[in-house]
Design a protein around this ligand. Structure first.
Ligand code: HEM
Ligand code: HEM
Ligand SMILES: [Fe+2]
Length: 443
């Protein structure tokens, strides 16, 4: 670690990891609901919807904290100066975590705005906005004072600003529900298929730069192409969510065509990463981080590109909309693109924060493979449940509960893979928090 202020990233990482674990525990609880009839008394006080809100909001919270911590770690290295105000960075962390905890406890008591992934009520939204503004101010000032402007910084800053601006669209409540969902998607879709992709592109470019030692121009040149394509396909691709909510019919075409093209930039990102594999002789300084970065690129393509593409065309989505096929894609995409991205950053940054040059990688590798294999199994099981559901309910026209009965078995498989996934998460967190130095480079 070259700059003292980089250490503000550490508490962000630790809290993010803890929330990740909690998120997974709630996921297991959700899965149980699908194959085990819980006592009504329990359902009355802790319904499925509450657990689901906790599961998905924890996801958003830990990933945002991870991105912020990652940004604070990367920033001094890119700008060649200390963070503008480490004090503000700590303050902002406390503010966001307290807001998050209040929101989660609030859900249990029914204090919610009701829109999936953005359930947190209005007053807390303002706390989030203040936290985001402090963050942007701190990042912006660091870059401004740094006078070492790079494409990576620009992309990252643009992604973070767009992320914050889009959040604002989720705050008002529109009485016309079609309008309300319309703007809800501005946050959700334009986040994960726009702003977050920009952040990912910038961070992956930086990590590749750091661990392969390739010249900066090589990674930055691709950033332009990928970004242009991400924005081109991602912005109009939002139409794949407007099919059935009351928006005009042309969205069927716009959404179908542009979201159909969305896998293209993701494929480019993968090709880009594999090009760096060829530069391996440049000596990969940290093989496990490398495994994570390649894993992220591959799983990003699988979860977002492949599992997204299969249900994105209107004639298919007509049948699969809102089924467990969606859940299959949601898990694979969020895990592949953003959970693995965060973990890539953690494995790069945490050893540096602890002053460890080389560390024992065996446990970290075990954690990686368990999580990747278990998530693949879970995604496929969700997918089979979804196809069954689609076929029984929407093609054969059988009742909702008849279809649910047939799906039970597959939720037991989801749960079993979920338990394996949990073990991978525990191993990974344990490993990250107790990294042991090794005398020489492994791998
Ligand atoms: C990393 C990027 C992505 C993430 C994290 C992601 C995540 C999600 C999530 C969580 C949902 C469920 C939203 C809800 O209804 O509650 C969803 C829906 C959807 N996603 Fe993605 N997605 C990504 C990229 C893509 C791409 C590239 C495509 C198309 C090629 C795609 C196609 C779809 C479609 C069609 C739906 C709607 C499913 C339905 O009608 O029920 N996604 N996505
Ligand atoms: C043990 C691991 C996990 C299990 C068993 C699990 C299970 C579940 C279940 C049963 C649902 C509700 C689906 C429904 O509404 O019908 C759900 C929702 C969701 N989970 Fe998980 N989950 C796990 C881990 C994760 C992880 C690691 C991520 C992301 C990295 C994630 C992201 C999501 C998302 C985005 C949704 C909402 C999906 C949608 O809108 O369709 N989950 N999870
Ligand atoms: Fe989307």
């Amino acid at each position: 670690m070259e700059y003292k202020s980089q250490k503000v990233a550490y508490p962000y990482f630790v809290i993010a990891l803890f929330l990740f674990l909690l998120q997974v525990l709630f996921g297991l609880w959700l899965a149980i609901n699908y194959f085990f009839t819980l006592p009504q008394g329990l359902v009355n006080v802790f319904p499925f919807a509450t657990a689901r809100a906790i599961h998905t909001n924890l996801l958003v919270l830990w990933m945002l904290l991870g991105f912020m911590g990652g940004t604070y770690f990367l920033l001094p290295d890119e700008t060649k100066r200390e963070i503008y105000s480490p004090g503000l960075a700590y303050f902002q962390l406390v503010l966001l975590v307290v807001t998050g905890v209040v929101a989660l406890v609030g859900f249990v008591f029914g204090w919610t705005q009701g829109r999936p992934l953005l359930e947190i009520p209005r007053p807390l939204d303002f706390a989030v906005v203040i936290g985001a503004l402090i963050f942007l101010f701190n990042v912006g000032m660091t870059m401004l004072k740094g006078k070492n402007w790079t494409v990576i910084q620009g992309t990252l800053l643009a992604g973070l600003i767009v992320l914050a601006l889009l959040y604002l669209f989720g705050i008002p409540f529109y009485h016309n529900l079609s309008v309300d969902w319309y703007y809800w998607w501005w946050v959700i879709h334009l986040w994960v298929e726009g702003a977050w992709e920009m952040i990912t592109a910038a961070i992956i470019a930086w990590i590749l730069l750091k661990i392969t030692g390739v010249p900066r121009e090589v990674v930055e040149k691709w950033l332009y192409v990928e970004l242009g394509l991400f924005l081109f396909t991602g912005i109009a691709g939002i139409g794949h969510h407007y099919y059935w909510l009351g928006a005009p019919k042309y969205w069927l075409y716009v959404g179908g065509i542009f979201s159909g093209l969305e896998p293209v930039p993701i494929i480019l990102m993968l090709i880009d990463t594999f090009k760096h594999v060829k530069h391996r002789q440049l000596e990969i300084k940290n093989p496990l981080v490398w495994t994570y970065a390649v894993g992220c690129a591959v799983f990003h393509l699988l979860g977002a590109g492949v599992f997204g593409f299969v249900h994105t065309l209107p004639m298919i989505n007509y049948y699969t909309h809102g089924s467990q096929v969606t859940a299959a894609h949601g898990h694979m995409a969020f895990f592949g693109a953003y959970a693995l991205l965060n973990l890539t950053v953690f494995y790069y940054a945490i050893p540096k924060l602890k002053g460890i040059e080389f560390f024992k990688e065996s446990l970290g590798r075990v954690g990686f493979w368990i999580m990747v294999i278990a998530m693949t199994g879970m995604g496929l099981a969700f997918g089979v449940a979804g196809v069954l559901q689609t076929y029984l309910e929407r093609v054969m026209g059988l009742g909702y509960m008849t279809a649910q009965g047939e799906m039970r078995f597959w939720f037991k498989i989801v749960f079993s893979f979920g338990l394996i996934f949990l073990s991978g998460v525990i191993i990974t967190i344990y490993d990250l928090l107790t990294l042991k130095p090794s005398v020489k480079r492994e791998g």
